[in-house]
Design a protein around this ligand. Structure first.
Ligand code: SAH
Length: 353
């Protein structure tokens, strides 16, 4: 932005002023940026624009979770979810329209992939959520944590995601600490290594199986980047962040990956690793062939991990009644690359969320 102003033969500090208007005051109309000269405001109005996703709908769950359906272009819409908890508020943002990875238990994966979101479309979700939650009026932080766990695989949209994260963590942007921003990946190994070279945000990895045979089925990207390589990249990431724990997500699918043997295998895999495990309750969606593990099975699974010295929490499911829970986000995807089989299994209901 400084280069932009210098290029216009303006002072570089104009960038700071505009950043503060946009990210601290929530002002996006140049005409209202009153510490800029009238002439500069007019020049900006003629040369630049701010472009926000359009809110198509806002749903509020009985547990306070809010989900926005945001239109990003004529064909495509994405979802963003705010999850309030005592003492913190987490915003779950999307990084792509749809997703190409096709994890078998995920609603987003079922609808195919269309395109990467731009930096503006990613940061725009954060801006809009802050606006809707009243942050720009009160200047009281309501969103304390951001997770890249919405639609899409963030590490397959690397450059735009990294730039958006910089805006989230910069003091002239939203000023969140790196630790409060979590990127969740299905395991794009080269991108994890690249990220470790300059980013200090928290990393979560969707593991879901403790051996390659099963993970190949559940998370097909495992066929390209098997567990051993994935764990070695995670170790590098943890070392780069001076020993921060990597979160391993594990969705419990009844009769698939939730046996006591599976738990022991997972414990063996992660023993001695800088890891914590997030057990996720499976969230069903129309057309899924999977079902939730019982509470007893879930507790038993957790107890085996905890008994092996692994920090484990069971993630509460939130926003279930508005289809805002993990893996239920569908938005609207005009998929170019969707394959026939997936098209057949996707219902009309899924397409319109
Ligand atoms: N592509 C990234 C981020 C999006 S998914 C990733 O794979 O990590 C966020 C989390 O929700 C992942 O751990 C994902 O595996 C999980 N998830 C997907 N579908 C789910 C479902 N139906 N129920 C519960 N969790 C699900």
């Amino acid at each position: 932005m400084r280069d932009y102003f210098t290029g216009m033969e303006e002072q570089p500090f104009r960038a700071t002023q505009v950043m503060k208007w946009v990210y601290h005051q929530g002002v996006t109309d140049f005409a209202d940026m009153t510490n800029l000269s009238k002439a500069l405001r007019d020049r900006l109005a003629g040369n630049a624009y701010s472009n926000l996703p359009t809110i198509l709908s806002e749903k509020v769950s009985t547990d306070g979770t809010r989900k926005w359906l945001l239109q990003v272009d004529g064909d495509n819409a994405i979802e963003t979810v705010f999850i309030p908890e005592p003492g913190r508020g987490t915003l779950c943002i999307s990084s792509q329209v749809g997703c190409a990875l096709n994890c078998v238990f995920c609603a987003t994966g079922k609808q195919g992939y269309n395109r990467n979101l731009s930096v503006a479309e990613i940061i725009g979700q954060v801006w809009l959520a802050n606006k809707q939650l009243g942050y720009f009026d009160s200047r009281k932080r309501i969103i304390t944590n951001i997770v890249l766990m919405g639609m899409g695989e963030p590490l397959l949209n690397f450059d735009n995601v990294v730039k958006a994260v910089e805006l989230i963590t910069d003091d002239l942007g939203f000023g969140l600490a790196n630790k409060r921003v979590t990127l969740s990946t299905a395991g794009i190994v080269p991108a994890i290594i690249k990220l470790s070279q300059f980013s200090r945000i928290s990393l979560a990895v969707s593991l879901h199986a403790a051996n390659d045979a099963l993970r190949d089925e559940l998370v097909p990207i495992n066929r390209s980047y098997p567990i051993r390589e994935l764990l070695s990249a995670c170790r590098r990431y943890s070392e780069a962040t001076r020993g921060e724990l990597i979160t391993f997500e594990y969705v419990l699918l009844s009769g698939v990956n939730d046996s006591e043997n599976d738990a022991r295998e997972l414990a063996g895999l992660l023993r001695g690793f800088p890891a914590k495990v997030n057990l996720i309750i499976f969230n069903p969606f129309p057309g899924t062939g999977f079902s939730r593990s019982s509470m007893e099975t879930t507790d038993k699974f957790r107890d085996i991990l905890v008994g092996s010295g692994i920090i484990t929490i069971t993630r509460k499911t939130r926003g279930d009644d508005i289809d805002a829970a993990c893996g239920q986000l569908v938005g609207r995807v005009q998929a170019r690359a969707r394959n026939r089989q997936r098209q057949d299994s996707a219902t009309g209901e899924q397409q319109t969320a």
